[in-house]
Design a protein. Structure first.
Length: 125
């Protein structure tokens, strides 16, 4: 894994330093090294690429998760929290969720707004 795993861990230090540990506790017993694979692939190979800043990547992720619907609620929660930590505003998050009404439908938008509302309340935004 090496370099990409190190890049992923470095990346997570700024927005979600406990994520790998949470994933390991939840999934590594079922699927050994799952947490490392996720950190390496998502954060070390994709999120750490040049070409887009982290705010743009998180906005794109929120948009995709919103359009996919309610089955992505846990991932949407994590990415909304991380977006707030990366400087994405509450208004920007709500606007991108609303924009996805065109692609995922009104139920997906409402579910995502409810998730965002819960995250905003938890984080004091």
């Amino acid at each position: 894994m090496g370099d990409a795993l190190d890049r992923g861990r470095y990346f997570l230090q700024s927005i979600d330093p406990e994520l790998e540990e949470v994933l390991a506790e939840r999934y590594d017993e079922l699927l050994p090294e799952f947490s490392e694979s996720l950190v390496e692939t998502i954060y070390g190979r994709i999120y750490s690429r040049p070409g887009l800043d982290i705010k743009t990547r998180l906005i794109a992720t929120i948009a995709a998760l919103t359009a996919q619907g309610s089955q992505t609620k846990p991932q949407l929660r994590i990415n909304i929290k991380n977006a707030l930590k990366a400087g994405v505003t509450k208004r920007e998050i709500c606007e991108v969720i609303f924009q996805m009404n065109l692609y995922g439908g009104m139920p997906a938008t409402i579910n995502a707004l409810n998730t965002a509302k819960d995250v905003f309340a938890e984080t004091g935004h």
